[in-house]
Ligand binder design. Structure first.
Ligand code: LMR
Length: 407
């Protein structure tokens, strides 16, 4: 790493002369390395993308149908409103608080470019109101959380979350840590399918955390990228709905990347839950001001696809069916991997059987992850996280063989 003033073009001066190289992204940065690997049997278990049995990441049939409708009906590519369309907002409210008009009245929705876009707007909103606020993230968490909130100028601290020995949530330690959360701080919670551990809070624990945050006057940022991939769309929304009902201020950051397979379309939403419709509306005016200076207004295609599918009873039913297939396959892979490990008495990937969603922590050290890459062409994130949703019935034994060889 070069020090400031030692860049290759120092003699020419200028801003770029002092630029030092950024480290590769811990997740997306591995894609390039994987692509360049010439080994035919290489296996990519890094980024959280669902693959079917043939290794493809399919476009859902309901997405194809919504796209066809969009192309047939589209008359203009003019800008969307800053927060996206009213239809998009209505379907997202219905997802967050189905059939509950009173709750929906105190929700405001802004379409965002993916979950990352929504988190960025939430961070900017907090910074622009309370620049001295601290954002609390779980230990461990999705690495991008720290970067997103630090780049907003906010201090980032961690709260304990996971016991690697027992592969369970350290709930008492978490509660204890929340005692240090100040008024106007934010606590980032994973709505479901915790990334990277797969271990979630119970409904009772969600209610307890909500009560503490409400009492402390802190903001709950609920990163909700995986509803529908754990137990079901309704079941997986339990935590989010409990938080909205808790009386805490809530900024929910939704992603449709995984549950609609819209990864590259950047389909997400920021949902603000205020204490009253008036308060939510006021906060939304700030949300829109933040959006305007970050990306101005959201992408048309992503918003129309989501709104079309969720607003149509027929397409919504089709979505539920396709999503159930994906969820069942992931859960089958979980069970298959857990059985293979148990069959060989291998004490790895401890939370596999009990976890939810795409991810499990293998418990491998960084050195072991690198060995797995070198010796078996199997790629994991360096913190030992694996994407179960990229395994197949055929690759499970190969993966476990490779784990066995590490010991
Ligand atoms: C992941 O954690 O792999 C996904 O959420 C993709 C990403 O953007 O990191």
């Amino acid at each position: 790493m070069r020090l400031p003033g030692q860049g290759p073009n120092r003699e020419t001066g200028g801003v770029f002369a002092d630029v030092t190289p950024a480290p590769p992204d811990p997740i997306l940065g591995l894609g390039e390395l994987f692509k360049a690997d010439p080994r035919a049997d290489k296996l990519d278990l890094t980024v959280g993308v669902y693959c079917d049995e043939t290794g493809r990441t399919p476009v859902m049939e309901v997405v194809r149908a919504a796209q066809a409708q969009l192309i047939a009906a589209e008359t203009s590519k003019t800008y969307q409103p800053i927060a996206g369309s009213a239809t998009f907002a209505a379907v997202v409210k219905e997802l967050v608080a189905p059939g509950d008009a009173a709750t929906q009245a105190r929700l405001e929705v802004a379409q965002a470019p993916g979950g990352t876009g929504a988190l960025t707007v939430a961070g900017r909103l907090l910074w622009s109101t309370y620049p001295d606020a601290t954002v609390w993230i779980s230990d461990p968490t999705w690495p991008n959380h720290r970067g997103i909130f630090a780049d907003c100028g906010l201090e980032v601290r961690t709260y304990p979350y996971y016991d690697a020995d027992t592969a369970t949530v350290r709930f008492d330690a978490l509660l204890e840590a929340l005692a240090a959360v100040g008024p106007h701080d934010a606590v980032v919670l994973h709505g479901c399918c915790h990334n990277p551990t797969g271990q979630d809070l119970t409904a009772a624990q969600w209610a307890q955390v909500g009560a503490v945050l409400a009492e402390r006057g802190a903001l709950a940022i609920v990163d909700t990228a995986y509803i529908g991939l754990g137990d079901g769309l309704e079941e997986d929304a339990t935590g989010l709905r409990a938080m909205v009902a808790s009386g805490a201020d809530v900024a929910a950051c939704l992603s449709f990347s995984k549950n609609l397979g819209l990864y590259g379309e950047r389909a997400g939403a920021l949902v603000v839950a205020g204490h009253s419709p008036e308060q939510a509306e006021l906060v939304q005016s700030r949300v829109k001001a933040c959006i305007r200076t970050i990306y101005s207004n959201p992408p048309i295609t992503a918003g129309v696809i989501v709104a079309t599918i969720l607003a149509s009873p027929e397409l919504r039913a089709g979505w539920h069916a396709e999503l159930a297939e994906i969820r069942d396959r992931i859960n089958g892979l979980r069970a298959g991997l857990a059985a293979e490990l148990a069959g060989r008495n291998l004490d790895r990937c401890r939370g596999t059987a009990t976890g939810k969603g795409m991810f499990a922590l293998t418990g491998l050290t960084r050195d072991e992850v690198l060995r797995l890459r070198d010796e078996a062409a199997i790629y994991l994130v360096e913190n030992g996280r694996m994407n179960l949703a990229a395994l197949t019935e055929a690759t499970i034994p190969r993966f476990v063989d490779a784990l066995e060889k590490l010991s």
